[in-house]
Write a protein that binds this ligand. Structure first.
Ligand code: 0GY
Length: 311
C-alpha cells in the first residue's frame, strides 16, 4: 500500500498516453454531433482498475473527456465501459451523471446484477451493454449468460454493443443473430483493410448488416485498422486512407445504421497515438455529403441514445 492506502497502478509497459494537444479540426461538425464511442479511465485513485483487467492504462478522467468534447466541437458523448474496469461501472456512470444529460453510457454487466441495479444504471444514462469477444481484452463469458443478460436489458429499450475480430464472425453469427435487441458492432467488425473491398471477410460483415436490420456499425477506429497511417501523412491529404473505402462503403450502404466515435483515450495502441482533431477530419472522407454527416453524427446516435429528444 502507498501512504494514502489507495491502490497504485503502473501503466502497461509501452503504454501510449492520449494526445495532450490535439488540433482543432478543419472539418466543422454539424450542431448536436455525438462522439458515440469513447471511454473514461479512472482516475485510478478514485475508481481503481479491475483485478481481472488485461492492461493498465493512464488515467483519462471525465473532465478531460469533456474538455476534448468541447475542443473538437461535439455536443455529446456515448461513454463505453472499458475492459480495464471490468464490470465495475462506477467511473463510466459517474461521468454520465456529471455530463448532465450530455452523455449516455454502455455498461458491462454480469448475470448477478439485480433489477434494481439495472434500473439505477438506466437512471444514470446507460442505454446498452457491451459483449466483448476480443480475447486479448477479456476472459470468455458463457453465451448462455450473455443471452440471459440480453433478455433482461431488452425491456429497458437498451441495445447490445459487440466487439469482435473479423475472423470470429462466422463462429459468432448464430449467437449474434439470436440477440433480441438492436446490435451495434464496434469498428466495422475490424476488417483487414489490406484486402480488397470484396474480400469474403468484409462481404460477410456486409451481409450481416444487410440481412439483419437490427444491426448497426460504428465506422470508427481508422487508427486501429490502418496500415497506411499516420504517422506517414507527408504529401497524403487523406488520413488513414486505406480505411476510407471500407468505412465509406458502410456509411453509403447503411446510412441510417452507422455511428462514429473518437475512441478516446485510445487504449492499447502500439505504434502511434492519433491526434483527435485529425480523426475528426477523417469524417468527410467516409461521409462525403452534409446529409450523410448529419445522419452519422446526429440523427442516428440521437435515435439510439436520446430517442425521447427526437422531434
Ligand atoms: C476500443 C478498443 C479496445 C479496447 C477496449 O474496453 C476496452 O478495453 O474497447 C482495443 O484494445 O481494441 O474500442 O476501445
Amino acid at each position: 500500500m502507498n501512504p494514502s492506502s489507495a491502490p497504485s497502478f503502473e501503466k502497461t509497459p509501452g503504454w501510449l498516453d492520449w494526445h495532450a494537444s490535439p488540433a482543432r479540426p478543419a472539418f466543422a461538425l454539424p450542431p448536436g454531433a455525438v462522439d458515440a464511442h469513447c471511454h473514461v479511465f479512472g482516475p485510478a485513485a478514485r475508481f481503481p482498475y479491475a483485478a481481472e483487467r488485461k492492461y493498465t492504462p493512464c488515467d483519462a478522467s471525465r473532465e478531460q473527456l469533456f474538455a476534448l468534447r468541447d475542443h473538437l466541437g461535439f455536443a455529446r458523448n456515448v461513454i463505453v465501459q472499458a475492459t480495464c474496469h471490468g464490470a465495475d461501472n462506477r467511473a463510466m456512470v459517474d461521468a454520465c451523471i456529471a455530463a448532465r444529460g450530455r452523455a449516455r453510457g454502455v455498461a458491462t454487466v454480469r448475470r448477478a446484477i439485480s433489477d434494481v441495479e439495472l434500473r439505477a444504471l438506466h437512471e444514470a444514462g446507460v442505454r446498452g451493454v457491451r459483449f466483448n469477444f476480443v480475447r486479448r481484452l477479456v476472459d470468455v463469458t458463457p453465451r448462455d449468460e450473455l443471452l440471459e443478460i440480453a433478455g433482461r436489458i431488452a425491456p429497458l429499450g437498451w441495445h447490445v454493443v459487440i466487439y469482435f475480430e473479423a475472423a470470429d464472425l462466422p463462429g459468432l453469427w448464430d449467437f449474434f443473430t439470436a440477440l433480441p435487441t438492436p446490435v451495434v458492432v464496434d469498428h466495422m467488425g475490424r476488417p483487414d483493410v489490406t484486402k480488397p473491398l470484396d474480400d469474403p471477410g468484409f462481404a460477410l460483415f456486409e451481409r450481416f448488416m444487410r440481412e439483419h436490420p437490427n444491426v448497426w456499425s460504428k465506422v470508427s477506429c481508422p487508427e486501429r485498422l490502418s496500415h497506411s497511417g499516420p504517422p506517414a501523412l507527408a504529401g497524403e491529404r487523406r488520413p488513414y486512407r486505406d480505411v476510407i473505402p471500407f468505412a465509406r462503403h458502410i456509411v453509403e450502404t447503411f446510412p441510417d445504421r452507422v455511428l462514429w466515435g473518437t475512441d478516446w483515450p485510445h487504449p492499447n495502441l502500439r505504434d502511434h497515438m492519433p491526434d483527435d482533431g485529425l480523426l475528426v477530419d477523417f469524417i468527410p472522407h467516409i461521409a462525403p455529403t452534409a446529409a450523410l454527416q448529419r445522419k452519422l453524427l446526429v440523427d442516428n446516435p440521437m435515435r439510439l441514445y436520446w430517442p425521447e429528444e427526437r422531434a
